[in-house]
Design a protein around this ligand. Sequence first.
Ligand code: DC
Length: 221
Amino acid sequence: MNIAIDGPAGAGKSTIAKRLAAELGYVYVDTGAMYRAMAYYFLQNGIAAEDEEKIGAACGGVDVTIRYQDGEQRVILNGEDITGKIRTEEVGNMASATSVYPAVRTKLVELQRQLAKKADVIMDGRDIGTVVLPDAEVKIYLTASSKVRAKRRYDELVAKGEPCDMDTIERDIIERDERDKTRKVSPLRQADDAILLDTSALDIDGVVSKMKEIISARSQT
Ligand code: DC
């Protein structure tokens, strides 16, 4: 059985998916990390987000693979484990800007489908229920208000000791949502057969327990 979780930035997808995967014995696949790995490569090589031609040409030389170490997903870029280097606002914004290109998406969608063939996965992203795994047995669209999502991101950055500003974070989130939802290829949208879950008023335990109810109801049908 495969579980697809989609939704906008900061909705809690990865935190929730990780917890569920551990509790239910699934492999967690974080597809955002793959787009971030590509974005990291473009940034390192001075390739501009607007330069579709250079990005297309670079895609052939970028090798992104996934490894699991103590149950945690590690992202390997051209042989180097870059997992710890991609969770920054800069890389996230670059990932959003460069994930609009078909050359980038084709490469990563293929990798994601291969991973889902090998194991029962909980996969999160923007186009999992609509494009990557249209036959997933369970599809959930996780969202929350932009204010709540910005506050969560702010708390995360403060905990890491990174300087940040709440209004800038919310503005970035709104901008990123807009770009992810309006791009031509595989835009972020709720699949027709996905269940909508708004987490604005829920804590992590609350979301996990609601998701478990949904998964168990779906697996009985
Ligand atoms: O979930 P995240 O913040 O790590 O994702 C970073 C960006 O990658 C997101 O803004 C859009 C892109 N992305 C995508 O286009 N499709 C996915 N399945 C996952 C992420």
